[in-house]
Design a protein around this ligand. Structure first.
Ligand SMILES: *Cc1c(COP(=O)(O)O)cnc(C)c1O
Length: 243
């Protein structure tokens, strides 16, 4: 596992690269949030990340997230907000949500970034209603044009899902998410992100609070920021390669 010193160095370099990319897009560094992806990393890694000042985390599997963050988040709720010395942790689901995990997800995540069809949203909304909890969601678009990846495939399908998802209640649609194409062709990656941004602008014009554009991973986050990302999801550049 990575050391705290190493993590701090990685974080500093990542923040500098993020700030430079934000500047190239005409925005201040604060316009882009960094979500630290801790999937496959041990719980101790989360502790180090918090020591290094990180507060926003992402996991791609509900069960793994529950094992790693459940005690932390439940303890926090029991103590009540603001009374604990440790600052708040905000956890997002970034991987596919199976319907039979909706209940656990409703209790863990501040945001589910991976709403890929109406049925996923329905299952989550139902679980949130039972738990008397509201939750933020992002709609995921498959911009990679690779079959087998999750997300809405057509812009029109995603657009058509917005109103029915809003009508479910409990879910607040905050924006869009994508995993870009895995490609060395920067122009192709840029086009995928530009497509998400254009779709985002269309919806944002009619939906207040629709202000999150989650795109960019270790290999392509600078391109994503240049194309307008407000959140990048980074694992490898922070914590090193996954086992
Ligand atoms: C794993 C993962 C990331 C982080 O990937 P890195 O390349 O390690 O930065 C980001 N987003 C999603 C959806 C992921 O599954």
């Amino acid at each position: 596992m990575i050391s705290l010193d190493e993590l701090r160095r990685n974080l500093q370099s990542v923040r500098e690269r993020m700030a430079a990319a934000a500047q190239r897009s005409g925005r201040p560094a604060e316009a882009v949030r960094l979500l630290a992806v801790t999937k496959t990393q041990p719980t101790e890694c989360v502790q180090l990340a918090r020591q290094a000042g990180l507060r926003l985390f992402g996991e791609n599997r509900v069960q793994e997230a529950g094992a790693k963050y459940g005690p932390l988040l439940n303890g926090k709720r029991a103590e009540g907000q603001g009374s604990s010395a440790e600052p708040e942790v905000e956890l997002h689901l970034i991987g596919h949500l199976q319907r039979n995990k909706a209940r656990q997800a409703a209790g863990l995540f501040a945001c589910v970034q991976s709403i890929d069809k109406l049925q996923t949203a329905e299952a989550l909304a139902c679980a949130c209603r039972e738990a008397a909890r509201d939750i933020d969601v992002l709609l995921e678009l498959n911009t990679s044009e690779e079959p087998g990846k999750f997300g809405f495939t057509a812009d029109s399908d995603l657009l058509e899902a917005v109103t029915p998802i809003r009508e479910l209640g409990c879910l607040k649609i905050r924006g869009l998410m994508t995993v870009g194409p895995l490609s060395d062709d920067a122009a192709r990656v840029g086009r995928a992100f530009a497509r998400l941004r254009a779709l985002h602008e269309r919806i944002a014009a009619e939906l207040p609070g629709f202000d999150v554009l989650s795109m960019g991973m270790s290999g392509d986050f600078e391109i994503a920021i240049e194309e307008g990302a407000t959140m990048v999801r980074l694992g490898t550049v922070l914590f090193g390669p996954r086992a």
